[in-house]
Structures are given as structure tokens and as C-alpha cells.
Design a protein around this ligand. Sequence first.
Ligand code: ADP
Length: 278
Amino acid sequence: MRSQTKELEEFKARTQELDKVAKMLVRRDLELSETRAKREEEQAKAEQLKNEFVSLAAHQLRTPLSAIKWALEALLDGDAGPLTRAQRELLLQNKHSNERMIALINNLLDVTRIEEGRYLYRPVFSQLEELVQGVVLSYGIEARRRSITLVFDPRKEKFPRVLVDKEKILLVIQNLVDNSLRYTPPGGRVEVALSHDKKDVVFSIRDSGIGIPEEQKERIFEKFFRASNAKQVDTEGTGLGLYFSKNIIEAHEGKIWAEPKTGEGSTFSFSLPIKQEV
Ligand code: ADP
């Protein structure tokens, strides 16, 4: 009997101890989530400040760059007198650099617009194969210049129409075709295809290019990220195209992904949900 009472007391004491430990853990958990929330708030603030700075700097740079552009065009048009061949060549090189800087600045402004949710979408029901066909045709000359076979075989059947902002989806398709051509050596092949099931229309582009190193493939949709092998073959990239593309596709409730292997080319795909037309 006595030993039973003792056991009961011991049991009570253990339960109280456990209770104390549980309370302490709950308190600690609360403290941790408060610290996490604070850190997230600080990160969001820093991100916003960075965006404001980039946006301001980009806006400020656009005006003088446009002025340079007009001046260069006037010189090239001969407004300030005839040019020698060497002068014309130098001016053309400058014009090219100037245009690249303007494009880069526009990209930076787009990044801030995307991140602030100001990248507006005007969706209309569209036939994706027509958009793809248009882009593939427009890259024909560039593909021939690079000695790359670029193919898209639109099927006879019509695909279900998708609800998209045409301009933005065109940007994504252009980006993916442009990347495949830039990261595929001469003599290579780029194949574009469309398919669909009941839920989605799927675009995919497969190239025989440089691929993406396995350990870096997780990062290719990150802002400004460029894989090490890509930097070697193309020094002019910005690492923004796939970041934009991901944002645009996700804003359409779609998905975008890559299946790259170094040395064996890459396949990029995106899917867009099929919506009922009313
Ligand atoms: P950019 O091409 O200007 O560097 P992107 O955002 O379009 O920027 O692409 C990010 C990175 O993803 C590229 O720098 C490259 O490392 C990789 N990448 C994209 N497309 C391909 C491709 N078709 N083949 C190999 N690597 C690619």
C-alpha cells in the first residue's frame, strides 16, 4: 500500500515536470516564430528599398541614354556631315551598346514591376500554336545564321484555346527559343512541340546544346542567375529571362520547368491551364 502511494507521488512529480518542460517548449516555439516573423518583415523592407533604388536609378539612366541614342542616330543619318566607313562602324558599335543598355534598364524596370504586382495582364482566349508558329518563323534567319536546325511541326488538329496575355506569353516563348539558339553550338538542333491533355496545353523546347550543370539546375529561374557553362559561351546574358518567364507563367496559373543534363542539351517546358470559354 505504502509503496503504491509512493509510486503515485513519483508519477505526479514526473507529470508536473513534464508539464513544465512542455510549457517551456511552447514558450520557446512562440519566441522563435516571433523572431522569424520579425526577420521576414525586415527582409521584405530591405527588398522594397532595393526595388525602389533600382527603379529610381533605372529611370534616371533612361533619359540620358535616350539622348545618346538620338544623337547617334542623327550622326548615322549624316545630319552632321558625311561619315567615313571607319566612323560609321564605330558609331554603329556604340549604337548597339546603347541599345543593349536601354534593354537592360527596361528589364530592370520590368523586374520591379513584376515584384510589385504591377505587371498587368490582359488575358484573351488565344490559339497557342499560332503564337508559337509566329515566334519560330521570326527566329528562322537567326537559326540559319547560327547553322542550327529549328523545327516546329504544328499538328493538323486544333488545340484548345488558352486564356493568356498574348504579349507576355510571346515574351516567354521568345525567351525560350532565344536561349536554346544561344546555348546550342552550330550544327545543333532545336525542336519545339505542343501537346495537351484534358487539363493543360504544354509547350516544350528541346535543344542539343550545352545543358545545365546538375548542381546549378535548381537556380536557373532565380533573378540574375547564370550557370557557369553559359557564361563561357555567351557573355552578354542578364540572367533575367527565365525569372520573367516563371513570373509570367505563374501569373497565368501555369507551371514552368527544365530537364537539363550537361552535354546532352536541355528541355524547357511550360503548361497553361485550359479554361472553359463562356
Ligand atoms: P540569360 O540567358 O540572359 O543568362 P536566362 O534567365 O534566360 O538568362 O537564363 C538563365 C540561365 O539559365 C542562363 O544563363 C543559362 O545558364 C541557363 N539556360 C537557359 N536556357 C538554357 C538552355 N537552353 N541551355 C542551357 N542553359 C540554359
